[in-house]
Write a protein that binds this ligand. Structure first.
Ligand code: URA
Length: 429
């Protein structure tokens, strides 16, 4: 049967049955439905919406078609993406040091947000394409593996996402939630923490919208028997200082060695505590203390080194600090200034402009370029203090980057300073 009746139902606000949704998704996977009809259905969803029940069925159908994996680990994590978000680099070895197993499938960066795989590949030799048996062995031995998303996982999402990208249909909660959750359900992990970024550097700019998305994802998780918690965290400013690839790895290493920016450390500890709470039932306050200790004692750092070695990375290069540059430009405060607000997206675009990110998925990224942005809302800097350092390939690129960075900052007294964690929703409540 063709797909036209399903497009018409959604267009008219008539809920699809489970059989309808299974037929829709089967035709997406085996390419029976042409792009123009799927695009029409997606637009009908954006204009008329889906019921929660339709969203649950859609997510389940997308997760099950293709080849779901037997769970490789106990815990998984996903972030909706932000500027300077290198939490996975610290969180994965940290939770392994806490006795959990994390086998995470990650993606590449697109636009102003970075991707974990690009960051890991800035470590010489680091491999992100591993056979499933090798991933399984690694997770059994050291409790951590981060690899590229398998093409077999939730293939319906791959096709729908590409269509959404070019038809103005990305930004609908039912479509976002089913896209993210189908991949997480297909990966099979029983405990999941989601980091939904909110603010002017994220793809959800309003807390109200983020809340709605978070609740829908938690409802999907509950419907399919997963334990999960969503933290909504601020993207009104970059996370940490480093933005780029090698520069973010270096910063993650700093946090694993007990240094580095406090916002990054705090966020990683909160996420790790949520996973300990979900997987082991540990009270949150106790879980946070455990996570702090694993970072401060160097146990997480040791696990990071093992992890890099197992995936072929050059440990000596990581220990020495990955090279940045070659052209460095330091931006200093000329007078005493306080940061009123930051245009986080524009700061992410500075890294993109320098070559750290990609406009299209087939573009190559440069591991060595990026920046340290020391600006935080509400902080005061004295004349001569370093506000940012840019690592560029050419003098012109460095000058352009500082110019764009300057335009992304407003100085003055802020009305308020954004808290790191803006909200929390869990299947455990
Ligand atoms: N990330 C996804 O995987 N899917 C979306 O729709 C949005 C963000």
């Amino acid at each position: 049967m063709p797909v036209l009746d399903l497009i018409e139902k959604t267009r008219d606000g008539v809920p699809l049955s489970r059989e309808d949704i299974d037929r829709l998704v089967a035709g997406i996977v085996d390419n029976r439905w042409p792009d123009y009809q799927l695009a029409a259905w997606l637009m009908a969803v954006v204009l008329r919406g889906l019921t929660d029940q339709e969203t649950f069925w859609l997510t389940g159908a997308m997760a099950e078609m293709g080849r779901p994996h037997p769970a490789l680990g106990d815990v998984d994590k996903h972030s909706t993406g932000g500027v300077g978000d290198k939490t996975t680099l610290v969180l994965a070895p940290l939770v392994a040091a806490l006795g959990l197993r994390m086998a995470k499938m990650s993606g590449r960066g697109l636009g102003h947000t970075g991707g974990t795989l690009d960051k890991l590949e800035s470590i010489p030799g680091f491999r992100v394409e591993l056979p499933i048996d090798a991933i399984r062995r690694q997770v059994e031995q050291i409790g951590v593996a981060v690899v590229a998303q398998s093409r077999e996982l939730a293939p319906a999402d791959r096709r729908l996402y590409a269509l959404r990208d070019v038809t103005g249909t990305v930004n609908h909660p039912a479509l976002i939630a089913s896209s993210i959750m189908s991949k997480k359900l297909a990966a099979g992990t029983p405990n999941l923490v989601l980091d939904v970024k909110v603010g002017n550097g994220a793809f959800m700019t309003e807390l109200r919208d983020a809340n709605r998305l978070a609740r829908l994802m938690v409802d999907i998780g509950r419907y399919y028997g997963r334990r999960m918690t969503v933290l909504m965290t601020t993207m009104q400013q970059p996370l940490g200082w480093a933005i780029g690839n090698a520069v973010e790895v270096n910063e993650a290493v700093g946090v694993l060695r007990g240094e580095g920016p406090s916002d990054l450390r705090e966020e990683v500890v909160r996420l790790a505590a949520e996973l300990l709470h979900l997987a082991k039932g540990m009270p949150l306050a106790e879980a946070e203390t455990e996570a702090h200790q694993a970072l401060q004692s160097g146990r997480a750092w040791e696990r990071f080194i093992q992890w890099v070695r197992w995936q072929g990375g050059d440990v000596a290069a990581v220990e020495a600090g990955l090279p940045l540059g070659p052209v460095t430009r330091v931006w200093r405060a000329e007078t005493r200034v306080t940061v009123q607000s930051l245009n986080t997206r524009a700061i992410g675009e500075v890294a993109l402009m320098l070559g750290a990110g990609r406009h299209r998925l087939e573009d190559a990224v440069n591991p060595a370029v990026g920046l340290h942005c020391y600006l935080k809302t509400g902080r005061t800097y004295e004349a001569g203090d370093v506000l940012a350092v840019v690592y560029a390939m050419t003098e012109t690129a460095a000058d352009d980057a500082v110019k764009k960075l300057t335009a992304a900052v407003t100085f003055g007294e802020p009305e308020s300073v954004p808290p790191l964690v803006l909200g929390r929703i869990s299947t455990e409540e």
